[in-house]
Design a binder for this molecule. Structure first.
Ligand SMILES: [Zn+2]
Length: 400
């Protein structure tokens, strides 16, 4: 086992503080598991979440890269959700409008299956695109030659592409040394480039006491200030950092800077919020365990969405599958599979009438309306519990 790291990966300060520990958590949240037993055998790792008192960065000091394997069974596509699609459409518009360039050369770093860069090119028929991802699967040239994919990392060797826009979504939180990624991007872009990064906002997680948003894959979590610090240290001038997706994500716009400037370190209220989280975690776990055990005694209880949030929640409060009957997901490749770790079955909304749930738990408030509509479509009249609403009161018992 690696010794825990003792310095902040962003500002290199040794003033770091442990605020959350969990032993033996599933290392992957989005791997497809074909049986409950296989799900139980998933690799396990340790969370030792630290906050940097100097810059506000949050990281898992016990993270071990060697446990990770983002292979073809890694499935985190969210394109089956209309609410998520509407959000991504907004991001496409913001990317093209913020840069103000038509017919741009666009690079996506860590493009996954290429969904986002395809949408960017669909919105600007003059644009050309390059998607970089070592795990990309599919045709290497599409859109009549306008879009090319390369199965490798984007770095200084890609400088000849002269990218006008570089986009990187939900990659940086998976990397233990995020500075190396930002420096690699800096070495490849031109002075005229616009760079956009999207990543979760750890202040939103801490302030809203979202215990299911700390999990192994996300070893590096940013505040608006610590993300700015990292980019400034890596040779960028930060234009803006916006809170998007109901405040859950940060959207950074930066430009390369030719001259050096003084970096600002601003931990804000993040260290205090993190220290409080230590108590919150134990309290929330107890309250939610009591809540779901009681709800399930009244009738079948299901949880909506088999993403990272549900995997974390189910493993925290129902690791032995006593109370949650099933996890519902609209993504066909997740249906008939099993949740990593706990092994809860994942089903389609159309399978709900066979279960007749009386309670549906919803972890992400951004999908409330969509879920209500899907339940109505299959004629399920269950009690919908929006957990973020209930969660605000977790310092006192949740009433049923
Ligand atoms: Zn720091």
């Amino acid at each position: 086992m690696n010794p825990d790291s003792t310095v902040c990966p962003v500002c290199h300060s040794t003033s770091i503080e442990l605020f959350l520990q969990r032993d033996s958590v599933p290392v992957h949240q989005n791997l497809l598991m074909r049986g409950a037993e296989e799900a139980g055998r998933i690799g396990r790792g340790r969370l030792a979440m630290h906050v940097c008192l100097h810059c506000g960065f949050v990281f898992n000091a016990a993270f071990d890269d060697r446990l990770m394997s983002y292979n073809q069974d890694y499935e985190n596509t969210q394109v089956h959700s209309p609410a998520f699609n509407a959000y991504v459409d907004q991001l496409v518009t913001m990317t093209l409008q913020n840069s103000g360039i038509q017919g741009a050369t666009i690079v996506e770093v860590g493009c996954g299956k290429g969904d986002f860069i395809k949408r960017l090119l669909a919105s600007d028929p003059q644009a050309r695109g390059y998607g970089f991802d070592p795990s990309y699967l599919g045709a290497e040239v599409i859109c009549d030659g306008r879009l090319k994919f390369e199965k490798r990392f984007y770095d200084a060797s890609c400088a000849s592409l002269k990218a006008d826009i570089v986009v990187c979504r939900h990659v940086i939180e998976h990397i233990t040394q995020p500075g190396l990624l930002v420096e690699a991007v800096r070495s490849a872009v031109t002075p005229a480039s616009h760079v956009f990064f999207e990543t979760p906002c750890v202040d939103w997680i801490l302030e809203n006491k979202v215990i299911w948003d700390f999990f192994y894959e996300h070893c590096s979590l940013f505040t608006s200030a610590s993300l700015t610090t990292l980019f400034e240290r890596s040779g960028f001038a930060v234009q803006s950092v916006e809170h998007v997706f109901g405040g859950q994500y940060l959207w950074l716009h930066a430009r390369p800077r030719e001259t050096s400037a003084e970096t600002i370190f601003n931990p804000g209220a993040t260290p205090e919020n993190a220290q409080r989280f230590h108590v919150v975690e134990a309290q929330c776990k107890q309250v939610w365990t009591e809540f779901i055990s009681e709800q399930s005694s009244q009738g079948p209880l299901v949880l909506w969405g088999a993403g990272a949030k549900a995997v974390t929640f189910a493993n925290l409060v129902d690791p032995e599958r006593k109370w949650i009957r099933a996890i519902v997901d609209v993504n066909p490749s997740k249906q008939e599979k099993f949740l990593p770790g706990s092994g809860h079955p994942i089903i389609a909304p159309e399978s709900l009438p066979a279960i007749k749930p009386t309670t549906v738990l919803v972890l992400n408030p951004n999908y409330n309306q969509e879920i209500a509509a899907r339940l109505a479509a299959v004629q399920i009249e269950a009690k919908i519990i929006n957990m973020m609403d209930e969660h605000r009161f977790t310092t006192t018992p949740i009433s049923s």
